[in-house]
Design a protein around this ligand. Structure first.
Ligand code: ZN
Length: 245
């Protein structure tokens, strides 16, 4: 039987009951140690009030919660890391990420501030996918195919071009003189539907749609691979993150 005041273990004593019962032989304090004053004990109400050390009560923050009054001797310990990621010994999910950069201009005439002017950025994107590891290959997804599609799409549609809103009065003029990507334009299908302006948030959503389409068309989604997040960096201090459900 453990002492109520024993140190060095989180398995606090299981000898709870009425500490003042006559002839009780399970709630003695060690006779070879001085007994603590009663002010050191907390006696929660209930038919079988548990006793806890002051150290333990501080840890639980405010005493014994009602839902644990019947099992005061249990101390919840963090589960080992491996158990949080495994179920029946099998890895549930991992993530991998690929990155790319591009140069592009944009403007946000619907907002107040300096972004109304046509200006450019060195953009960067990190695409993270999650899913099970295929036992036969040991990989979640083939990096080469993922990077190839991301880089190919970005380089074709966005790199060294202008990202403009479909309602931007400069769109028609600039489209006649160079590469533009019109956000919100029906001609660009579902990728930009509802994304009316080339904000960094909308760029992240656009690239998320592009990569989801890729995962679906290559069969990766059917294998359990899903898009976890897309981080787009516009400047050294501005970025946006799209997160999958
Ligand atoms: Zn900008």
């Amino acid at each position: 039987m453990h002492s109520l005041f024993s140190e060095g273990t989180s398995d606090v004593s299981d000898s709870f009951g009425d500490p003042f019962a006559p002839n009780s032989n399970i709630h003695h304090y060690p006779t070879d140690r001085p007994q603590p004053p009663l002010s050191h004990l907390a006696l929660p109400r209930g038919p079988h009030p548990p006793l806890r050390t002051v150290r333990h009560l501080r840890r639980t923050g405010g005493g014994v919660p009602p839902h644990r009054a019947g099992r005061p001797d249990r101390v919840r310990r963090p589960r080992p890391l491996a158990h949080r990621h495994c179920r029946k010994g099998r890895i549930v999910s991992q993530t991998v990420a690929v990155r790319h950069t591009w140069e592009a201009g944009h403007r946000l005439p619907h907002l107040d501030g300096k972004c109304q002017s046509l200006h450019g950025h060195s953009w960067s994107v990190e695409v993270t996918v999650a899913g099970p590891i295929a036992p036969s290959t040991g990989v979640l997804v083939e990096f080469a195919a993922l990077k190839k599609h991301l880089r190919s799409w970005v380089d074709t549609h966005l790199d060294h071009g202008l990202m403009l809103g479909v309602d931007d009065p400069l769109l028609e003029l600039l489209a006649a003189h160079g590469k533009t990507y019109p956000f919100g334009a029906p001609t660009h299908g579902a990728y930009t539907a509802g994304l009316l302006w080339p904000t960094v948030e909308n760029v992240a959503t656009l690239l998320a749609r592009v990569m989801i389409d890729h995962l679906c068309s290559t069969g990766e989604e059917q294998r359990g691979v899903r898009l976890a997040r897309v981080d787009v960096q516009e400047t050294a201090v501005n970025h946006a993150t799209w997160r999958g459900q």
